[in-house]
Design a binder for this molecule. Structure first.
Ligand code: NAD
Length: 296
């Protein structure tokens, strides 16, 4: 079985790393935060003292980092992954970063005799811990075939979306749709309630009619109809406003570069940005319901 390095043991990475160790891989774990490394060791990984130490003797490097600048620094910075890994090592970045940053990383890796895949995920911390993430992978077939068994230890679904950057394209397009559909769902529940229709009755009808969508049936922003949804715990995340805003900004920047018209994506971005600005960055993104109801 291949030897792995895992770098970036935060909210998402810690559960993912534990599932790889549980799945039988030998995993060298590194994070700037020593406590996160200790937690990874208790989950079955081996502690690495640095990026260089983690990657020098492995076949696959998995990263789960905050943003594109961290990804480029970890892979291509001084004493980073590329400077220390064996030729042919597979780079598997699961972070959400800009499409252009992922394509640039793939080019740099290829020029240095490595294979880079962008493999961002759908699903939050619970899915990372439970091994039920959905991976959207961009990069060459050869890399995808090598990555698949590794990803499957952390996944419910693994999709090959095409060439370099296409995993990030799938992720940001999906999350732009999610951001828009959540606001629409909040508006519909609020309208129904204001006109005298209670949330459960509206849910029973609309969830089997043409308004049905994931934001309604799996993550209902009105408390009651979907017991596991954050709306039933005062909108504790879940998936925070700050994370939705990050993904919308990536989507809108890429849309502008590609000349793609996104009027509703743009408006959704403004709505989440205002919530963030008003101190609600840590609220679940379905908490936009509170704004629509005029409660915040
Ligand atoms: P996080 O901030 O909890 O974790 C990031 C980790 O990276 C931290 O432990 C940090 O110390 C480490 N790190 C940063 N720079 C480093 C470096 N140079 N070397 C080693 N370690 C370094 O973030 P998260 O919530 O785990 O999210 C990670 C990625 O997953 C992001 O790109 C995010 O957009 C994406 N994502 C998150 C969620 C979610 O629900 N949290 C869902 C889907 C996708």
């Amino acid at each position: 079985m291949s030897k792995l390095a895992f770098i970036g043991l935060g909210n998402m990475g810690s559960g993912m790393c534990a599932n790889l160790a549980k799945g039988g891989y030998e995993v060298a774990a590194f994070d700037l935060n020593d406590d996160a490394v200790k937690q990874a060791v208790s989950g079955g990984a081996t502690a690495a003292a640095s990026v260089a130490d983690a990657v020098s003797d492995v076949d696959v490097v998995v990263t789960m980092l905050p943003a594109g600048k961290h990804v480029h620094q970890v892979y291509f910075g001084a004493d980073g992954v590329a400077a220390n890994a064996k030729p042919g090592t597979l780079f598997l970045d699961c972070s959400t970063i800009a499409v252009e940053e992922a394509r640039e990383a793939a080019k740099k890796a290829e020029a240095a005799d490595f294979i880079y895949l962008d493999a961002p995920v759908s699903g939050g911390v619970a899915a990372a811990e439970g091994g039920t993430l959905t991976f959207m992978v961009g990069g060459p077939d050869e890399g995808y075939e090598r990555a698949k068994p590794v990803l499957e230890k952390m996944a419910k679904n693994v999709f090959h979306a095409g060439g370099a950057g296409n995993g990030q394209v799938a992720k940001i397009a999906n999350n732009m749709l999610l951001g828009i559909s959540m606001i629409g769902t909040c508006e519909a529940f609020n309208l129904a309630e204001k006109l005298g229709l209670d949330a459960q009755t509206f849910f029973d009808i609309s969830s089997t009619a043409s308004g049905q969508c994931w934001s309604m049936t799996s993550y209902c922003p009105a408390p009651g109809p979907v017991p596991a949804a954050p709306s039933n715990r005062d909108y504790k995340p879940g998936f925070a406003v700050a994370m939705m805003l990050k993904d919308l900004k990536l989507a809108l920047a890429s849309a502008e570069g590609a000349g793609a018209s996104t009027p509703l994506g743009h408006h959704a971005g403004e709505i989440y940005a205002k919530l963030d600005e008003d101190g609600h960055a840590g609220l679940d993104f379905s908490g936009v319901m509170k704004r629509i109801r005029g409660e915040i």
